[in-house]
Design a protein around this ligand. Structure first.
Ligand SMILES: [Mn+2]
Length: 331
């Protein structure tokens, strides 16, 4: 049996012996992918952004990437629902963590993130990222918007379209507003799903710019199938980015996060939503706000790794990687 599994695994375009070793052994990379220092020759780059200087409440998401790497060994490499592995036809590697020149200045640190992802963009690899707090998404989007605006599928309990607050317009409540204002994201091809809680008062920008805001009450009233079908219709064939804030899940499924809000979706519903996005022109994605210090059980990082794997599977099937399987400059 072991030999059969090994043979099967070795037929993959990306293979490491760790993929067939016990999940607790060896050096943890995302899904046991090989480590590579740059995105050169990759189709998909898995990235860690250990950074949480942008939080408005409790910190800890800087520890996210390492814990997600650990838990990811229990999640990859095979997707039983779609019967696929993202490693079969793609060159995938863990390119490590964004190196920071400063850990003490929010805007300078966001420039470090942008610079690192610009390297991935110029290698034409699709970045799939583990954060970090949600402030990291704006610099990533800056490196992905090329000839046309990007659609956005944003899972969160917050819209993250806040005006500058507590002295910063770049903290983790602002990235989606910045991305729309900078002309990176097309609100008409964007949805924010799972929204709830008292911060509603600062999300007016989402409505004003024309994003589709799906509150959790509507999500449950209509059911995930209807919301999924609306998502597919709204996003269409154009390039799309998936940003998954782990606090879109109910804290029962993801207690380890900076700004938990009760009354969220289950991890299964989130998985079904992500799986249903198969075939979209996914040009990148992230899972953010996993804060391991608030969850000694590790289920939050496990949920994070699981969602990251689903997004990786979407990227692996994306028309963006068709042709020579490098990310084309989208038309
Ligand atoms: Mn968020």
């Amino acid at each position: 049996m072991d030999e059969d599994i090994k043979k099967l695994a070795q037929s993959l375009k990306t293979f490491t012996p760790q993929m067939v070793e016990p999940p607790y052994s060896g050096f943890p990379t995302f899904f046991a992918a090989p480590f590579q220092e740059t995105a050169k020759d990759l189709d998909i780059a898995l990235v860690g952004v250990p950074f949480d200087l942008g939080v408005t409440n409790r910190s800890g998401a800087r520890h996210g990437p390492r814990e997600i790497r650990s838990q990811s060994r229990l999640v990859g490499i095979y997707n039983h629902q779609s019967h696929m592995t993202p490693f079969a036809a793609n060159r995938v590697a863990d390119v490590g963590d964004v190196p920071f020149h400063t850990a003490y200045n929010l805007e300078d640190a966001l420039s470090d993130i942008e610079q690192f992802f610009a390297g991935i963009a110029s290698a034409k690899a699709v970045p799939i990222t583990a954060g970090g707090d949600h402030s990291i998404t704006y610099p990533i989007l800056k490196t992905l918007a090329r000839k046309e605006k990007i659609g956005l599928i944003h899972f969160d309990s917050h819209c993250d379209t806040s005006p500058p607050l507590h002295g910063s317009g770049f903290q983790h409540g602002c990235p989606m507003r910045n991305a729309v204002q900078a002309g990176l994201v097309d609100p008409g091809r964007s949805l924010q799903i799972g929204i709830r809680g008292t911060a509603e008062l600062i999300w007016q920008f989402s409505y004003d710019c024309g994003m589709r805001v799906v509150h959790i009450e509507e999500f449950y009233e209509l059911g995930w199938r209807k919301i999924l079908s609306e998502t597919l219709d709204r996003v269409g064939d154009g390039p799309v980015y998936i940003s998954f804030d782990i606090d879109c899940l109910d804290p029962a499924y993801a207690p380890g996060t900076g700004t938990p809000v009760v009354g969220g979706m289950t991890s299964f519903e989130a998985q079904q939503m992500l799986r249903g996005l198969k075939g979209l022109n996914v040009i990148g994605g992230d899972v953010v706000e996993v804060a391991p210090p608030f969850d000694p059980s590790g289920i939050t990082a496990l949920a994070g790794a699981t969602m990251m794997f689903e997004i990786l599977c979407l990227a692996a099937d994306s028309p963006a990687l068709a042709g020579d399987r490098k990310l084309d400059d989208h038309p």
